[in-house]
Design a protein around this ligand. Structure first.
Ligand code: ZN
Length: 311
């Protein structure tokens, strides 16, 4: 029986979903269909079947350093725009009484090392990264980079005061194994920071199976705030910060409203196209349009949570 890996509920909603490959690989087809599974118990969502893991790892390894933006880019829609603000929210949460010497931080999926660069200069900064090009840039920014897949990298136990994984957990199939690994590397009272798309967000609810987040082939799951808390609490990780954030923030207050309106129109339009396609065959490009275009970043559709390891 199909079962949720977070809460073990068997009460699962299943819907067909269209997926697009934007990674620089020919191992995966440009478009594919799968099933979007959503747990009614905790809100955790996943893709069934997941894309082939080896092809994804190879694709990440060859991903050029400018695939998700240029290093140091702080322009309007660049992802790192909020890094400084996030660091200001996180550093006061460190239990300084428990830190011996220099605080040690690990960024899983550090890419250019731009997020680590915003933490104080005297911190001991480590990153895990698959992209060879991005790892090189991160090293030049002063990060000790452990190249490879998170499950194959060897790091000492109880070693880090803070472990961050921003835009990473949605790429991982074995959710429990991933958090168990983080907990092993974390010092007691250390912090784990997770940022990921919110499956319970307004945008996800409006878009349903057309939510852009699960149409990207490398995303294999999405959490609700509830499912993320449950996953973490099973490893004695207690929430200390729970925010919803824009992935990249719109620059004026009008923009979120405008984008929600676009999303509604888009959702109604795609539903009409789907109905039409069941009556008459539509050309392939209509499917590609509806899969590729989606009003990104319209609302605070990302979860930004921090947890403390309480033993
Ligand atoms: Zn569940």
């Amino acid at each position: 029986m199909l079962q949720c890996q977070v809460c073990h509920s068997g009460d699962i909603i299943r819907q067909p979903i269209h997926r697009c490959n934007m990674l620089p690989t020919h191992e995966l087809p440009a478009r594919m269909t799968a099933t979007w599974c959503r747990c009614r118990g905790c809100g955790f969502c996943w893709i069934d079947p997941p894309p082939p893991l080896e092809a994804l790892v190879d694709a990440y390894r060859e991903t050029p350093a400018d695939h998700w933006g240029s290093p140091g880019d702080r322009s309007e829609n660049a992802l790192p725009r909020q890094y400084g603000e996030k660091v200001a929210r996180l550093t006061p949460l460190i239990d300084t009484a428990r830190v011996e010497g220099t605080p040690r931080i690990l960024d899983i999926g550090c890419f250019h090392g731009d997020f680590l660069a915003e933490f104080p200069d005297h911190w001991d900064k480590h990153g895990i990264e698959l992209s060879r090009g991005a790892a090189e840039v991160a090293r030049r920014q002063g990060t000790t980079v452990h190249e490879g897949d998170v499950f194959s990298v060897k790091l000492p136990e109880s070693h880090f005061d803070m472990i961050v994984a921003c835009d990473v957990i949605e790429h991982i199939e074995d959710q429990r194994g991933f958090i168990a690994l983080i907990r092993r590397w974390l010092k007691p009272r250390g912090l784990v920071v997770i940022e990921t798309g919110g499956a319970d967000s307004l945008m996800s609810r409006i878009m349903g199976p057309r939510w852009y987040y699960l149409s990207i082939v490398e995303h294999v799951c999405a959490h609700s705030a509830n499912s993320l808390d449950r996953l973490m609490q099973a490893q004695r990780l207690k929430p200390v910060l729970r925010e919803r954030r824009w992935h990249s923030r719109p620059t004026s207050w009008l923009k979120p409203g405008k984008r929600v309106a676009q999303a509604l129109v888009f959702r109604l339009g795609t539903a009409a196209l789907e109905r039409l396609s069941s009556v008459i065959p539509l050309p392939t490009f209509t499917e590609q349009i509806v899969t590729r275009y989606s009003p990104w970043h319209a609302t605070r559709d990302h979860l930004f949570h921090a947890y403390r390891l309480e033993l």
